[in-house]
Design a protein around this ligand. Structure first.
Ligand SMILES: NC(=O)c1ccc[n+]([C@@H]2O[C@H](COP(=O)([O-])OP(=O)(O)OC[C@H]3O[C@@H](n4cnc5c(N)ncnc54)[C@H](O)[C@@H]3O)[C@@H](O)[C@H]2O)c1
Length: 349
């Protein structure tokens, strides 16, 4: 069945939380491409975010409220009667989670608990995807790729809050089995990249900020590897998992990793310098050693087996696509929305 068809056949729209974020903006463009009706619930977009640059305010029915505001969320759900939900709203930054651990837990765990608690009171909701992260796995830096059944343990406050989110998912999966209710599935992906992301303390956004400001970019942990993955690959996985979860109660968690093993940070920096020779960088001592994990790879065989999902872009293509997006936006003044739509056509045609 073509992607989106089962969602189009449902009576209500898809509720996307976090629609003003990086992944949320791309997901909304993708849902529009697939003609799937979508409504959004999030905090207002940050200045210079992809949502802001693409002037997306008012593009879909939306509310700018806090996921921790139970009454506002329930009112919105009652108003729009969504048939399905993808929950992405979160405080997603590791370093910020060290500064605000309590708030990170509050948003990531209690926001999810609010959403699940409300959703289970509404019989019009059929399936829910909860977006967590590859950082939920207990990471001993062995270099082994994680599978869905591996033990979970969050070292830093962000990862721990997402392990808490996974516990909430497990609890509501159990409620669903015992008392009925929507199917709940968690999805785990790694550092995603793509045009428009300017989140702090992420490598490509840091490099792009360096291009825009002309200032030197500090590169930490140059020998670390990360699973660089174009945002459209896991987003297609989230939608495929959602469509299957509407009809199959026996699925619970999916990894969506990149095609090949991680690429070193230093290689990404070289590629950025190829597209933007003006970038100035300096390598700093690994002062975040122990704060962020050195290696992290995901095994996505279960997603391939059960969802027929596989990543289309390899890691180097994903980096290139992202850098070209920024070059067209910053140096050739292309429309940000058109750039996203073009990348969607490349991924899905
Ligand atoms: N971007 C990545 O590399 C990556 C990797 C793994 C997992 N994730 C997960 O994917 C999801 C989306 O990440 P992103 O990169 O798009 O993040 P983002 O920071 O760009 O977007 C976060 C979204 O959540 C919303 N939000 C934050 N706090 C909120 C609150 N209290 N109430 C309502 N809305 C709130 C924001 O308004 C925004 O729409 C998150 O759950 C994140 O943990 C992201």
């Amino acid at each position: 069945m073509p992607l989106g068809q089962r969602l189009r056949e449902l009576p209500g729209p898809l509720l996307l939380t976090g629609h003003t974020g990086f992944k949320g903006t791309w997901m909304t463009f993708l849902l529009e491409h697939l003609n799937v009706p979508v409504v959004g619930f999030s905090l207002p977009a940050e200045k210079d975010s992809l949502f802001d640059r693409a002037e997306r305010t008012g593009a879909i029915p939306e509310e700018f409220s806090d996921i921790r505001d139970y009454e506002a969320l329930e009112r919105f759900i009652d108003l729009h009667k969504p048939s399905t939900i993808i929950h992405m709203a979160a405080q997603p930054l590791v370093l910020k989670s060290y500064e605000n651990p309590r708030e990170t837990f509050d948003i990531n765990l209690m926001g999810t608990v609010n959403l699940l608690d409300i959703a289970f009171k509404k019989d019009f909701i059929k399936a829910i995807i909860i977006v967590t992260t590859d950082k939920v796995y207990r990471n001993d830096d062995s270099g082994r790729a994680f599978v869905e059944t591996d033990p979970l343990e969050g070292k830093d406050p962000y990862s721990a809050s997402k392990v808490g989110t996974e516990s909430a998912v497990a609890a509501w999966q159990q409620i669903s089995r015992i008392s009925g209710g929507p199917n709940v599935v968690s999805v785990r992906a790694g550092n995603v990249i793509g045009g428009g992301d300017l989140a702090k303390n992420r490598l490509i956004p840091d490099l792009i900020r360096g291009v825009m400001s002309g200032s030197e970019v500090e590169i930490r942990n140059p020998s670390s590897t990360r699973p660089w993955q174009h945002v459209l690959d896991p987003l297609s996985g989230y939608l495929t998992a959602l469509e299957l979860s509407i009809i199959d109660p026996n699925i619970s968690h999916f990894n969506f990793g990149p095609k090949d093993r991680g690429v070193e940070v230093s290689q990404i920096v070289q590629m950025a310098k190829h597209h933007f020779p003006q970038i100035k960088t300096t390598y700093v001592a690994e002062n975040f050693a122990g704060v962020e994990s050195r290696t992290l790879d995901l095994d996505s065989s279960i997603s391939t087996l059960k969802l027929n999902w596989y990543p289309v872009f390899d890691q180097l293509d994903s980096v290139d696509l992202t850098l070209i997006w920024w070059k067209e936006a910053l140096e050739n003044n292309f429309s940000v929305s058109d750039l996203c739509k073009n990348d969607i056509l490349k991924r899905f045609s």
